[in-house]
Design a protein around this ligand. Structure first.
Ligand SMILES: Cc1ncc(COP(=O)(O)O)c(C=O)c1O
Length: 489
């Protein structure tokens, strides 16, 4: 096996070059039956490999040929015992991980700042989440990782937990002391599964936090598409043998996966793995250098600051990915959303996300000095444009409290519910997910007690123009709660 090989991509090219006469789906047949405008735009190459699981191309649901070979190469590159490709994003891989390790009534230790796919899987599994409070950053208004001490406390309180989920690193690039957490949790014979949506590249450079597989975790859902150069929606599930059943993980991933798996997505995973394995170090090194330069220059712009290694002071903020530029704009007297809009309309720049206080810009394998200069220049202009507001406004950082869980998310999801005015919901038990997207971290999950502080926090986000998602009533004038049983007189 050589990391220079791309077995799946090669098989697709070989098949395409034979020009077989297709009597199978997809019905567009190499684009011939497709709307011409779209066909011309995307080009014949990609359409010629938009194929289906006929024998020469192997089958993701039961791989024995080129897909198996490509997955084995990926496992070698990521340091896993087995790698499974996902065409359902990292969300699909996370759901498969969780359903592999917990079932109805099982307890799973999770940080509260998990992505909604984790909570969706917990609802589907009927598991009981035991939330661990992440370390909260009062300066930037974000959640970091969980501390080793809080993991120890959780294990002592819930020795019957069936699994532990860790986020490594967070959306903002901060990483907990994963190795120590894995060792502690393993000493209780409990598997550690990792949401590695923002960490596909970290294995390939020594200035990055430790990867899940390097730390000895049992499973990791890793977004190749986010920062590893594959097509959107393609991810991997890395698995280590021992505490989890590899066959169960594979069959659950298959249960959650479409039977019409996209070969362009699969081929992009095969080629992204080659690029990461062969050229990853140099490409990531370049991104790190660019980001360090940007960080230094942005920190010199009046009223802006970028989170850096000065934030690393505990086991919850143990390491960081330097290619994430978390830029605080609050001292400029504006919200992150205003900064996002200003950059869109005045500099044609699109950021990764904005929140009440920050914007997040990602420096990746795809960047050059030119983009860095454009970003720094635009931020200098933005700072000047809001100079007068910076002088008059002082912004306090408000971080939402974590609500208490009153019943299991699954029980709440299936309970009798009613719709009540959002303003009057304090004290009721929430029956739906409410989150700000991105980053897609729920403010409320089904089963949590709604409190006034969180209602106010959601309103602040709506007023700031940030996208609050999840509720049935998108205007959030009403909210679905667990129906209260009134006494009968
Ligand atoms: C922490 C985290 N986990 C999981 C996901 C889900 O990844 P995907 O969009 O590939 O389904 C995201 C997406 O933003 C995320 O931020």
């Amino acid at each position: 096996m050589s990391q220079l090989e791309t077995p799946l991509f090669d098989v697709l090219l070989k098949h395409r070059n034979r020009h077989p006469i297709q009597f199978h789906i997809p019905g567009h047949k190499k684009g011939q039956g497709m709307d011409p405008a779209f066909r011309e735009f995307v080009g014949d190459n990609v359409l010629s490999i938009d194929l289906i699981n006929i024998a020469p191309l192997d089958d993701l649901h039961s791989p024995k040929g080129a897909i198996k070979h490509a997955q084995d190469l990926a496992a070698e590159a990521f340091g896993a015992d087995h790698t499974f490709f996902s065409v359902q994003g990292t969300s699909g891989a996370i759901m498969a991980m969780i359903l592999t390790v917990v079932g109805p009534g099982d307890k799973i230790l999770v940080p509260r700042n998990v992505h909604k796919s984790t909570m969706s899987a917990i609802v589907l599994a009927g598991a009981i989440p035991i939330f661990i409070h992440p370390e909260v950053d009062e300066e930037y208004g974000i959640a970091h990782g969980i501390s080793v001490e809080s993991v120890e406390k959780a294990l002592k309180t819930y020795p019957d937990a069936k699994a532990m989920l860790v986020i490594n690193p967070t959306y903002f690039g901060f990483a907990t002391d994963l190795k120590q957490i894995v060792d502690i949790v393993h000493s209780h014979n409990i598997p550690v599964i990792v949401d590695e949506a923002h960490g596909v590249h970290i294995k390939f450079h020594d200035e990055m936090p430790i990867s899940a597989m390097e730390a000895g975790a049992d499973m990791a859902a890793t977004s190749v598409h986010k920062l590893g150069g594959s097509l959107t929606g393609s991810s991997v599930l890395n698995v280590r043998e021992g505490l989890v059943s590899v066959n169960r993980a594979q069959s659950i991933l298959s249960m959650l996966t479409t039977t019409s798996t996209s070969y362009p997505l699969l081929a992009s995973l095969d080629t992204a793995r080659r690029q990461l394995a062969v050229h990853g170090y140099d490409l990531i090194d370049n991104a790190i250098r660019l980001a360090k330069d940007a960080r230094k220059r942005i920190n010199k712009i009046p009223h802006l600051k970028v989170a850096g290694r000065e934030k690393l002071h505990s086991s919850a903020t143990y390491d960081m990915d330097p290619t994430k530029l978390l830029i605080s704009v609050k001292d400029l007297g504006i919200t992150g959303h205003q900064a996002e809009e200003w950059l869109r309309h005045n500099a044609n720049i699109e950021v990764e996300l904005s929140d009440l206080y920050n914007i997040l810009c990602l420096i990746t394998l795809g960047d050059t000095k030119k983009e860095i200069n454009l970003l720094v220049n635009a931020l200098q202009r933005m700072s000047l444009a809001f100079e007068s507001e910076a002088a008059v406004k002082e912004t306090n950082v408000n971080v939402p409290e974590i609500p208490a869980l009153a019943m299991s998310p699954r029980d709440a999801f299936y309970a009798s519910t009613e719709v009540i005015p959002f303003d009057e919901a304090a004290g009721y038990i929430c029956a739906e997910f409410i989150m700000v997207y991105p980053p897609g971290i729920p403010i409320f999950i089904p089963g949590e007690i709604i409190d006034q502080g969180n209602i106010d926090y959601i309103k602040m986000n709506i007023e700031a123009g940030l996208p609050v998602q999840g509720p049935e009533d998108q205007s959030l004038k009403t909210i679905r709660v667990i129906k209260e049983r009134k006494p009968i007189y």
